[in-house]
Design a protein around this ligand. Structure first.
Ligand code: PXL
Length: 281
């Protein structure tokens, strides 16, 4: 099983490839990487970071890979370094995804009701093209709202409605980070679509605060599970539980949110859950 993770390298801040590579590899499958940009830190909560867009390097990397005859069972794309990279990723899907392989798009563009710096309405429009090519998309609520043309900061959290709207873009959409009241508790839910088109929800108790890199941990663990043949229900449950455990650990450690999730010490529990589900799959 061979996975390709397309994402940036933020040297510090635990997101993108520094999260995807360890989690997907530890899940027990080969994870090759295509870096879209190299930054000294990610862009959320730091100033003065360096940003080298790698768009110019990608064509030669792909030519070399073609000469090796590389093909992938799963391709996951995340943060892109330029709008031009959307078409590059679409071409990568055409040239490198195996027949019957899975294209997963994390349309990384924003969070907490705002687009990240370097993203604008034109990028959102272009990202829709990539989502149309995907089998599975994993936007957070802000990205889902952007893809559906809604006001980003609107307080209403009607994730089932967003999920239905995203169905026009992609056959198996999901929406993560849906805050919902359940009695006296606040829950953080993910809504998702199964292969047969039915929809489902999985929720964990919300831990107050905003935690950078949670979407990357979730998407990477989801890919790890799917790559091991685990079905979507178990994959979502295991990935969301690992993410919630990592957030809880980060809150306990009281490390700064911008330095990312402390998922390292939660990895063993994640792998145990994955192994158990993979055995029955
Ligand atoms: O975690 C999403 C992400 C990925 N990559 C870079 C980012 C962000 C969010 O801020 O800045 C470079």
């Amino acid at each position: 099983m061979r996975v390709l993770a397309i994402n940036d390298i933020s040297c510090v801040g635990k997101c993108s490839l520094t999260v995807a590579l360890p989690i997907i590899s530890a899940s027990g499958v080969t994870c090759d990487i295509l870096p879209t940009a190299i930054l000294s830190t990610h862009t959320g909560g730091f100033t003065g970071y360096t940003f080298r867009d790698l768009s110019e390097d990608i064509p030669a990397i792909l030519e070399h890979w073609k000469s090796l005859g590389l093909k992938y069972d799963i391709i996951i794309s995340g943060y892109l370094g330029s709008i031009e990279q959307v078409d590059m990723v679409r071409a990568i899907r055409r040239d490198f995804l195996k027949e019957g392989g899975l294209m997963i798009v994390d349309p990384v563009m924003g969070d907490n009701g705002k687009l990240y710096v370097h993203f604008d309405a034109a990028f959102v429009e272009k990202m829709k093209e990539l989502c149309r090519d995907a089998d599975v998309i994993v936007p957070n609520v802000t990205e889902a709202r952007a893809l559906c043309g809604h006001d980003l900061s609107a307080a209403d959290g009607d994730c089932p409605a967003l999920l239905r709207e995203l169905g026009a873009l992609c056959p198996r959409p999901s929406v993560t980070g849906c805050d919902e009241r359940e009695g006296d508790k606040t829950m953080c839910a993910v809504y998702y679509t199964r292969k047969d088109g039915t929809t489902a929800r999985f929720a964990t108790e919300k831990i107050e605060g905003s935690f950078h890199g949670a979407g990357d941990v979730y998407a990477s663990a989801l890919v790890g599970c799917l790559a091991r043949g685990v079905g979507m229900d178990d994959a979502v449950r295991i990935a969301a539980t690992f993410t919630a455990d990592s957030i809880r650990q980060t809150a306990l450690d009281k490390t700064e949110a911008r330095y990312g999730l402390n998922s390292e010490s939660r990895m063993y529990a994640y792998l145990q859950a994955l192994d158990k589900a993979a055995q029955k799959a």
